[in-house]
Design a protein around this ligand. Structure first.
Ligand code: ATP
Length: 576
């Protein structure tokens, strides 16, 4: 496939505002690629040159991209920047300056390889090398090729294509029906690599995909928990026996050990290896097996007071600079609550009970990795007792698991249950929302560019973002400025295809930023689209306020789902 053809598809994808047509366009695009191209195209349409979990960033600053455009089009960089000031998009500037230049027939493979090389440059002279390589590509590209090409290193492609949408297109094209996405999803949850799924599907069909297995070095999607706060109900659901562990509030770390090489991945599968040197050292010291994957929660620990620090402190460890000092001042411990792979064998098909036996042998000592094999209990008083103990120790509550359940990558069901703090008998839990747009403020607020945020949830069944609240209060002027700064980078000029909304904000943004919201109540609402169907009203949050940003560890598809919101709504009324 030529990059020109791909760019024409980019144009179509950019111009649609319906999710179904996104899938159709993608299916048509994928019908034109062979097995050696499907992976490449899957990455490029998401503005990447590797699966999400690989930390290969092509990352070029606007200044550098402007320089490359200037050189390719033989104009001054100032001219490029002047036009950028007017058009607000370097892609459009590149298109305009290319004028009638003909495509030189670059193939998607050539572009992909060149971009990958740009991503690999490091050390002295990096900036210049990157500019040269991009100049070379742009000089051989036509207008629309240039437009989409330069957006990739800038990270501004914003076609709004999430992984489920690509899987839908694969299913439609190769399995005849997009509802067959579910058949691909199981494997996707285990390998987290769309390109790999595509390649295997093209080469070996569905049977091949179904054989894909968990591998060290390739993160799998985390298993997640549902909420129930009553131990009796939990035991009934589990036929009388439950496995309980403390629930630590830090950040989730998936640990991969392959010989002397250790890699760490976050809740949303981003590589966090460089951020936590003490955990790496701990793994090498405390784990004897050559290969292993562990699921853990990392928490900052104050060595002086021997206390666990609250999440707000722990999260300061998610940084790119000053790592050695931070690791010294605020060392992390990893509470290892599961083992997913051990000694060359995947354990996803093994029940909790067996996995805990392996975990018990897998980790020696408790210097950095602290194994959490939990306990198996049969009466609810024991659960209550442990729950209170957890709270007394400043923890959030318990995670309760079905003893015979297997490790289900990416699943959120009642095999894992979180039991969290109550406040005055009522469930108080926060909701993770995605910012979908903002509404200009009046008066004093207007000067900060935002008066209210339009936020939404993820409708997993439909793979759409639906609205649930407008948030106008609880933010300081400084926080508004901050939001404005972040949202400005991802604003788009029309409703993204995967957003379903009745409210039209002053500015739409690509669904990317996840925020944690606390609200007083969930109410029915005719103006919000969360849970709205068949003429029935949707749901809204009453008195929503922002608690914190979650973009570091959650992707938009990790936001609270409509299904969960409805469960919370029902729970809220059953309590009253
Ligand atoms: P979620 O991860 O379910 O989307 P969240 O990030 O808001 O939601 P919680 O709902 O508070 O987190 O709880 C689930 C998280 O608790 C897990 O993702 C994991 O990071 C953490 N956790 C702490 N202890 C355990 C444990 N023993 N077993 C499983 N998860 C645990």
């Amino acid at each position: 496939m030529t990059f020109k053809e791909l760019s024409e598809y980019f144009e179509k994808l950019e111009n649609t505002s319906s999710r179904l047509s996104l899938i159709d366009i993608l299916a048509s695009l994928f019908s034109k690629v062979d097995s050696s191209e499907v992976g490449i195209v899957s990455y490029l349409i998401q503005g990447r040159v590797a699966p999400f979990y690989e930390a290969t960033e092509i990352g070029m600053a606007e200044k550098s991209v402007a320089a490359a455009i200037a050189r390719a089009d033989k104009v001054e960089r100032e001219e490029v920047l002047k036009r950028y000031g007017k058009l607000g998009d370097l892609g459009k500037v590149a298109e305009e300056l290319a004028g009638k230049r003909q495509s030189q027939g670059l193939s998607v493979k050539q572009v992909f390889e060149a971009l990958k090389e740009i991503a690999s440059y490091s050390g002295e002279g990096t900036v210049e090398k990157k500019i040269n390589a991009l100049t070379n590509l742009v000089s051989n590209a036509s207008g629309i090729e240039s437009k989409h090409l330069v957006r990739i290193p800038l990270g501004t492609s914003r076609l709004g294509i999430g992984d489920p949408t690509v899987l839908d297109a694969f299913a439609l094209l190769k399995l005849g029906d997009r509802s067959k996405r579910k058949l691909l999803e199981g494997a996707y949850n285990k390998v987290s690599d769309l390109g790999l799924i595509g390649e295997v599907l093209w080469q070996k069909g569905l049977k091949g995909v179904e054989k894909l297995e968990v591998t060290v070095g390739r993160p799998l999607r985390s298993q997640l928990a549902e909420r129930i706060n009553d131990p009796k109900t939990i035991l009934e659901k589990f036929n009388g026996e439950a496995h309980i562990q403390y629930k630590y509030d830090g950040f989730r770390v998936q640990i991969h050990k392959d010989g002397k090489k250790v890699r760490l991945f976050s809740r949303n599968l981003e590589e966090t290896t460089p951020m936590m040197p003490e955990i790496i050292a701990g793994v090498l010291k405390q784990v004897k097996a050559k290969t292993a994957i562990f699921d853990s929660e990392a928490l900052a620990y104050n060595p002086e007071s021997e206390e666990f620090l609250p999440f707000q402190e722990t999260t300061k460890r998610r940084r790119k600079h000053g790592i050695a000092e931070a690791a010294k001042a605020m060392p992390l411990k990893a509470f290892v609550f599961d083992v997913i792979y051990y000694d060359k064998k995947s354990l996803v098909g093994m029940p909790v009970k067996e996995r805990m036996k392996i975990l018990d042998q897998a980790i020696i000592g408790d210097e950095v990795l602290v194994k959490q094999t939990g306990e198996f209990v049969k009466d609810y008083q024991k659960i209550d007792e442990r729950f209170l103990q957890a709270l007394t120790q400043g923890l959030e509550g318990l995670i309760i698991k079905r003893p015979d359940s297997l490790y289900e990558a990416g699943a959120r069901n009642f095999n894992w249950i979180k039991m969290k703090k109550h406040s005055s008998g009522e469930l108080k839990d926060t909701i993770d929302c995605v910012i979908l747009g903002y509404i200009y403020g009046r008066g004093k607020r207007a000067s900060f560019g935002a008066g209210a945020l339009l936020v939404g949830l993820y409708d997993k069944e439909r793979d759409l973002f639906v609205t649930v609240a407008k948030i106008g209060t609880g933010l300081s002027d400084q926080e508004w400025r901050e939001i404005h700064k972040r949202a400005d980078k991802i604003k788009v000029d029309k409703k993204p295809a995967r957003v379903d909304s009745i409210i039209v904000p002053s500015v739409w943004v690509e669904p990317e930023i996840v925020v944690e919201i606390l609200a007083d109540e969930i109410t029915k609402s005719p103006i919000h689209t969360a849970g709205k169907e068949n003429g029935e009203p949707g749901f809204a949050l009453r008195f929503p306020r922002l608690v914190r940003f979650r973009e570091g560890d959650k992707r938009p598809e990790d936001a609270t789902t409509v299904k969960e919101l409805i469960e919370l709504y029902n729970l809220q009324y059953s309590k009253k």
